[in-house]
Design a protein around this ligand. Structure first.
Ligand code: SF4
Ligand code: SF4
Length: 381
């Protein structure tokens, strides 16, 4: 059972459920919807192995249950195997979030042997040509199909992740079929969330309303057809919602995010917020950060909320939505998320949707994509 941390007079602070360990920003792919920041960390500024090992120890002591090794591409870290082994020794459930293109049978076998619990493999499309175009990586899709089989042969449970947008959403039924073919126990269909590089590419990626309605219907049908066999997670785009999502399960409530350089964040996009000086795990323990850091406390709970959130019966359901999206669109991180129909800024979402629908109606070529570019070369052994 999780131990509760010391309780403040007003708000009990429970330990985070999960640690999102962004081991590196390096990645051989160049997805234009990548949630990584525009200013990416180079290898030289990444945390070293000893610090990550200490962070895993501190996470376990804090009461964290799961660690998600992410990036960038986490298999670009030569010490991934050591980190997985240590997570297992600490009793942490470990999930590898990967594009898969740097994995092979040998590396998967050693990762499974080290105690890795689960793999989430990302796909850019069901169509190989289009997948390789979006990922900016030749033969990447074919490689992923091989790696999906190797993951299953290594005895690891597999989630197939498909990021969907205007340019691939019409192939959603094929993506759902592909997830079944490769033996995924879970299929995640995630609409692009417009942070980081994705915000730069919002115009060419935002789906039309018609596409979204068709996608909703396809997911609903697949959930019925696959009930009891495959779980389907569906992340809808904020821009078409009437209510925001509970971003990260609420600010500093469920997840703690560590960047490649060691900054501790309540959300992977929180570095974009001005006036915050988030602490580094190089100098501060995870427990002290979670309990005491003013940046983590800033939007925790409901006391910070403006109207209409303050008096809304959904305030402990969605926690006012996403602070980073509120800032990106309104310039005020403490504003109600514009995704909410009750936000005075909701018109900004509606304007973006109308612009997207107009592009779709014109049926012309989509604006060019801006590709994320950073290179790496390493393989887990
Ligand atoms: S470029 Fe693509 S594969 Fe690489 S981290 Fe970003 S979204 Fe993931
Ligand atoms: S007003 Fe605030 S709490 Fe209520 S639904 Fe909208 S974002 Fe959520």
């Amino acid at each position: 059972m999780k131990a509760l941390l010391p309780i403040t007079p007003e708000v009990p602070i429970e330990p985070p459920l999960a640690l999102l360990a962004e081991l590196t920003h390096r990645c051989p792919l160049q997805c234009p919807y990548c949630a990584n920041p525009l200013e990416m960390e180079r290898a030289a500024t990444e945390l070293n192995t000893a610090t990550w090992l200490r962070v895993l120890d501190e996470a376990a002591v804090l009461g964290v249950l799961q660690v998600h090794f992410s990036g960038g591409e986490p298999t670009a870290r030569k010490d991934l195997l050591e980190l997985v082994r240590h997570a297992a020794a600490c009793g942490l459930y470990s999930n590898l979030i990967t594009s898969g293109v740097m994995l092979d049978a040998a590396s998967l076998a050693v990762l499974a042997g080290a105690g890795l619990d689960h793999v989430q493999l990302s796909f850019q499309d069901s169509d190989a040509v289009q997948a390789d175009r979006i990922g900016g990586y030749r033969n990447g899709h074919a490689r992923k199909l091989v790696v999906a089989r190797l993951i299953r042969e290594a005895g690891l449970p597999l989630t197939a992740n498909f990021v969907v947008h205007r340019q691939n959403l019409d192939r959603l039924p094929e993506m759902l079929a592909l997830g079944q073919e490769i033996g995924a126990s879970r299929i995640e269909i995630a609409h692009v969330q417009y942070y980081g590089w994705a915000l730069v590419n919002r115009a060419p990626l935002m789906p039309s309303r018609v596409q979204l309605e068709q996608a909703n219907a396809a997911v609903a049908q697949a959930r019925t057809d696959l009930r009891g066999r495959i779980t389907i997670d569906y992340v809808v785009p904020d821009y078409y919602a009437a209510r925001p999502k509970a971003c990260m399960g609420g600010w500093a409530r469920r997840i703690i995010n560590i960047t490649p350089a060691g900054l501790a964040l309540p959300c992977h996009a929180a570095e974009t917020l001005p006036g915050f000086h988030f602490p580094s795990v190089r100098t501060t323990s995870l427990g002290a950060i979670w309990r005491d850091d003013p940046g983590f406390a800033r939007f925790r709970g409901t006391a910070w909320m403006p109207e209409p959130c303050r008096s809304c019966d959904q305030r402990e359901v969605d926690w006012g939505g996403c602070r980073c999206q509120a800032f990106a669109m309104t310039g005020n991180a403490a504003a109600t998320d514009p995704a909410c129909a009750m936000s005075p800024d909701h018109f900004m979402m509606a304007d973006a949707v109308a612009a997207s629908d107009a592009v779709a109606a014109a049926d012309g070529p989509a604006p060019d994509l801006v590709y994320r570019r950073i290179r790496t070369a390493a393989l887990v052994r």
